[in-house]
Ligand binder design. Structure first.
Ligand SMILES: Cc1cc2nc3c(=O)[nH]c(=O)nc-3n(C[C@H](O)[C@H](O)[C@H](O)COP(=O)(O)OP(=O)(O)OC[C@H]3O[C@@H](n4cnc5c(N)ncnc54)[C@H](O)[C@@H]3O)c2cc1C
Length: 386
């Protein structure tokens, strides 16, 4: 599709999301139309839709902003379509969703921008997107979801748990990917979690979860999960990976449980002989937030391609964690102080690196900004959809 048409679509979507109420209005218009026009689709969604609406608008924005990157968009939509099979979504549902999307865009774009030509362009764009999803859904021959049993739940901080499970059969994911999970304590409330270890033939999987105090599901994941609980896990998603063919060294920047996808990749690389150099900036507010630093130190001690740089904002632990910070073993980096993105950007452009960022949405945004301001090209940087 020609660049001018793509720019028009991107501009009209930006006009929808520019106002504080725009994203919510857009998602509401979409779901209202879908449920009214495609019988039975309301039952596919949870009763409480707050999070879903936000995620929907974010995902549409992610795709619209990358329309020129056809491969990335197709990969993302294919994964999203396969992921939707766990709800019972069928290929014809995507076509109905395409119509609802056009209605929502038309309703929410300011009248002054909406023309017959823009409607035709949107219609073409949406047609391609939903067809890609319908085909991916139709052609997928993997299970729609996997059952798994909790075999370990370790509370490593008051608000952070490491949860280990065994899946009934191995999930074919690659290190760096995430998946949606549904737990018995919160039925029908799927949440994404990144695998913190690489796949293995025994179906063992590990997730690191931080409690969001205002959240529905993460407090239950941290505080209520027990050994023996049965979870449902959706298909693997996401494309974080070190491209070994590129010959480029890697830069990873992770805060909090954003460590999980980097950790899985590093563990997988440690099983191979030949690796590019990897710099991992691992950050948190307090020293105790770097809850898995010792594992990383152990790997770094025997893998010279790996450099770990701990980054913290405060030198001491808070009063509720009354233990002194651990000293780095001889030869490894001592902590640097400051905001994670700013500290990583102090080193210059990182223009020759393949870069991955994982953490909270606000950390990803500020790190992107700091790296771009220091001259790192945006196209070198990857992160999962926020
Ligand atoms: C690709 C991807 C991978 C993820 N991997 C992990 C992981 O490995 N470990 C992990 O713990 N979480 C991970 N998350 C976040 C996780 O999916 C949930 O969003 C998070 O646990 C909050 O869920 P909740 O039900 O408790 O909150 P919700 O009920 O969904 O949200 C309640 C409120 O909290 C806000 N909120 C949600 N998340 C955050 C946040 N991180 N920081 C601040 N405010 C927030 C929401 O905007 C909302 O206002 C990942 C998310 C994505 C998109």
């Amino acid at each position: 599709m020609e660049a001018f048409a793509i720019a028009r679509v991107q501009l009209s979507f930006a006009s929808i999301t520019a106002t504080p109420t725009g994203p919510e209005r857009f998602a509401t218009a979409f779901y209202t139309t879908l449920w009214a026009e495609a019988a039975g689709t309301r039952d596919l969604f949870p009763a409480g839709m707050e999070g879903m609406r936000h995620r929907f608008t974010t995902a549409v924005g992610w795709v619209i902003n990358r329309l020129t990157d056809v491969d990335a968009v197709e990969a993302f939509l294919g994964q999203l379509a396969r992921d939707h099979r766990k709800y019972g979504v069928r290929p014809d549902h995507f076509r109905a969703a395409g119509h609802a999307l056009l209605v929502a865009v038309r309703e929410c774009t300011p009248l002054i921008l909406w023309t017959a030509a823009l409607e035709r362009t949107w219609s073409r764009v949406i047609g391609r997107l939903v067809e890609a999803m319908a085909v991916a859904c139709e052609e997928d021959d993997l299970p729609a979801s996997w059952g798994a049993t909790v075999v370990g739940h370790e509370r490593v901080l008051p608000d952070l748990a490491i949860i280990r499970l065994e899946t009934d059969s191995p999930i074919p994911f690659h290190a760096g990917q995430y998946m949606s999970v549904q737990i018995p304590q919160r039925p029908n409330m799927w949440r994404y979690l990144s695998a913190a270890i690489p796949p293995n033939p025994h179906g063992q999987i590990e997730f690191h979860v931080r409690r969001v105090s205002t959240g529905w599901v993460s407090p239950a994941l941290v505080g209520e999960v027990s050994v023996g609980d049965r979870w449902t896990i959706g298909p693997p998603l996401g494309g974080l990976a070190v491209d070994l063919e590129s010959g480029q060294d890697a830069l990873m920047i992770a805060s909090g449980t954003g460590l999980a996808p980097m950790r899985a990749q590093i563990m997988e690389m440690a099983m191979r002989g030949n690796n590019p150099r990897v710099h991992l900036f691992y950050g948190g507010q307090y020293p105790c937030d770097l809850y898995d630093l010792e594992t990383l130190w152990h790997i770094a001690m025997t893998n010279p391609w790996l450099t770990i740089v701990p980054v913290i904002e405060q030198p001491e632990n808070p009063w509720w964690h009354p233990f002194p910070p651990k000293e780095a073993p001889p030869g490894l980096n001592r902590p640097m102080y400051g905001k994670l993105g700013k500290v990583a950007a102090q080193f210059g452009t990182w223009a020759d690196r393949q870069i991955q960022i994982a953490g909270s949405p606000s950390m990803i945004r500020t790190t992107l900004y700091a790296l771009s301001a220091a001259g790192t090209p945006r196209q070198n940087i990857r992160f999962d959809p926020l």
